[in-house]
Ligand binder design. Structure first.
Ligand code: DAT
Ligand code: MG
Length: 151
């Protein structure tokens, strides 16, 4: 299955609160395939590029401080419709509006502590994957579970 790819990033609050495994587990269990992953502190320079659309907005400095406050777990995941499906699995940007059962709806309350990032379109997925990962860091592998996930 030559699936679509998306960029997800577990944010510093989720690392601090011990939710790294739980978040990865949800995407694994759904049937999506992990293609790349790192554990790192993001520089202001990288975050300004990542959140380019929000530079200059009222909440931007707070967002930058939060995202650079500790380690994050950037990842690339692959599979059918993974961009839209992972946004659904994350829930709304404001956790107070996220449905229970979603990652943000289950584990967060405030917008500035909303646990995990996910690309919102094909274009942003491509841009974010290229920003956070070199070609070499994306692992080509065949999942043996594929024929049990896709018919
Ligand atoms: P998302 O992360 O759901 O793609 P976004 O791209 O609009 O949402 O914003 C990026 C992050 O910035 C978001 O996860 C939380 C924060 N944010 C967005 N809008 C905000 C606002 N009005 N006040 C405070 N923080 C905000
Ligand atoms: Mg966004």
């Amino acid at each position: 299955m030559a699936g679509e790819r998306t960029f997800l990033c577990i944010k510093p609050d989720a690392v601090q609160r011990g939710y790294v495994g739980e978040i990865i587990s949800r995407f694994e269990k759904r049937g999506y395939k992990l293609v790349a992953m790192k554990f790192m502190k993001a520089s202001d320079e990288l975050l300004k590029k990542h959140y380019a659309e929000h530079v200059g907005k009222g909440f931007f400095e707070k967002l930058l401080k939060y995202m650079s406050s500790g380690p994050v777990v950037p990842m690339v995941w692959e599979g059918k419709d993974v961009i839209a499906q992972s946004r659904k699995m994350l829930g709304a940007t404001n956790p107070l509006k996220s449905e229970p059962g979603t990652i943000r709806g289950d584990f967060s309350i405030d917008m500035g502590r909303n646990i995990c990032h996910g690309s919102d379109s094909t274009q942003s997925a491509e841009r974010e994957i290229n920003l956070w990962f070199s070609e070499k860091e994306r692992v080509e592998w065949k999942s043996m579970a594929e024929s049990w996930i896709y018919e």
